[in-house]
Design a protein. Structure first.
Length: 393
């Protein structure tokens, strides 16, 4: 029995996603795939609820025309309202499995046995954020006649090339990113409490634009200030901003769980010469890397353009300068597929989306200026329109 759901994409698009996943399963001789990453679950089924703090699984086999969603009993309506799945493909476990010694994976294994799928080759996402050691133990203990394989990036790599409808979500999210960045920059002033500026950013992210409302981001706005900008992942504090210090603002608008991250660095007052110089080098390197983007070029070749541009300057960076992005749930909007760094030979294709963030951190300060872009037939289309420079106030 089909359900009337509020999925953001057509049933035909979900079927195409499923078929490509099944093709890759067959190439790896997998008899069943257990999806626990909320982003991959959303991608294949449309399931979208803040329920991933308890185990939930999407079962995919090579021959089925729909996945099977397995989750908590009280979340059944979440599945019927958000997925394209028939009612019989929504299976729930009772609350006796929640926060108890009876792990839901034992329920999943019993279901696999009923389906005749408890033997053979089973793929699981070993590095998924919500696939716990306990879940792995229960699964492998009960599947004594099966061979379990790590397929962490199987669906992630299917997700890399977006449909035009997905790219449209990224573009809408970028409009929200622009608006939140504008309001955030305006709110960052000498004497303003950092938490108040963060509240302004959050309001803008959720308010969205005239055409679409915003959703919660997979990563909170990262807003270090002063010496804290010398560290990459700090948030705000209860202190006030002070003249003579830098502030980093990294945020992302979200539409239908698709993210378009954006970062800028603000300086309150006249920045020291070294800060201006570092910012100019970062921008030059960022633009060189963006200019290197085109279909067929590898991720490592794009990074090399950055590295060549900054060679011999005060700026050095050993970590990656970007990554594929798209659907995101806490704790990250990173797609966990391709990275813009040496050694990644992934070839760029049209409709891939990346967040390029060549952040650099020194003693006492840091500079982050980033762009999200979509790969086009002839280059890179930067998604947001915000001055690409050190913002001086």
């Amino acid at each position: 029995m089909a359900q009337l759901a509020r999925t953001p994409f057509s049933t035909a698009e979900y079927r195409t996603r499923l078929q490509e996943t099944q093709r890759r399963m067959e190439a790896r001789d997998l008899d069943v795939l257990l999806i626990t990453d909320p982003a991959n679950m959303f991608y294949l089924s449309g399931y979208d609820a803040y329920s991933f703090y308890v185990p939930q699984i999407l079962i995919v086999t090579p021959d089925q025309n729909q996945p099977i969603w397995v989750g908590r009993e009280q979340d059944r309506t979440c599945a019927t309202e958000t997925t394209w799945l028939d009612y019989e493909n929504i299976v729930v476990y009772t609350d006796e499995y929640v926060d108890s010694d009876n792990h839901p994976m034992s329920f999943v294994v019993d279901l696999l046995a009923e389906l005749g799928r408890a033997t053979g080759d089973v793929g699981v996402e070993m590095d998924a954020d919500y696939f716990s050691a306990h879940a792995y133990h229960e699964l492998t203990h009960a599947l004594s006649e099966a061979t379990v394989h790590d397929v962490t990036k199987l669906v992630n790599r299917v997700r890399m090339v977006k449909s035009d409808a997905e790219v449209a979500c990224h573009r809408e999210a970028a409009r929200i990113s622009e608006r939140a960045m504008e309001k955030g920059i305006a709110a960052i002033e000498d004497g303003v409490r950092q938490s108040d500026a963060a509240a302004t950013v959050y309001e803008a992210l959720l308010e969205g634009t005239e055409t679409t409302g915003g959703d919660y981001p997979a990563i909170v706005p990262l807003m270090p200030s002063g010496e804290g900008t010398g560290s990459p992942h700090l948030t705000w504090t209860n202190e006030t901003y002070k003249e003579g210090e830098p502030v980093i603002l990294e945020l992302s608008g979200v539409v239908n769980r698709y993210h378009s991250p954006l970062t800028r660095t603000v300086f309150l007052g006249e920045p020291p010469a070294k800060v201006r110089t570092a910012s100019e080098i970062v921008v030059r390197g960022l633009e060189a890397a963006i200019d290197a983007v085109e279909p067929g070029v590898t991720c490592e070749a794009v990074e090399r353009a950055w590295r060549d541009e900054i060679a011999g300057t005060m700026v050095e960076k050993e970590s990656r300068i970007g990554y594929s992005t798209g659907i995101g749930y806490p704790p990250s909007w990173v797609e966990k597929s391709a990275s813009i760094r040496p050694g990644d030979t992934t070839e760029l294709q049209p409709n891939m989306v990346f967040h390029m963030i060549p952040g650099v951190w020194f003693d006492g300060y840091g500079i982050e200026i980033s762009e999200s872009f979509v790969v086009t037939d002839d280059g890179a289309d930067v998604l947001a329109d915000v001055p690409r420079e050190l913002i001086v106030k």
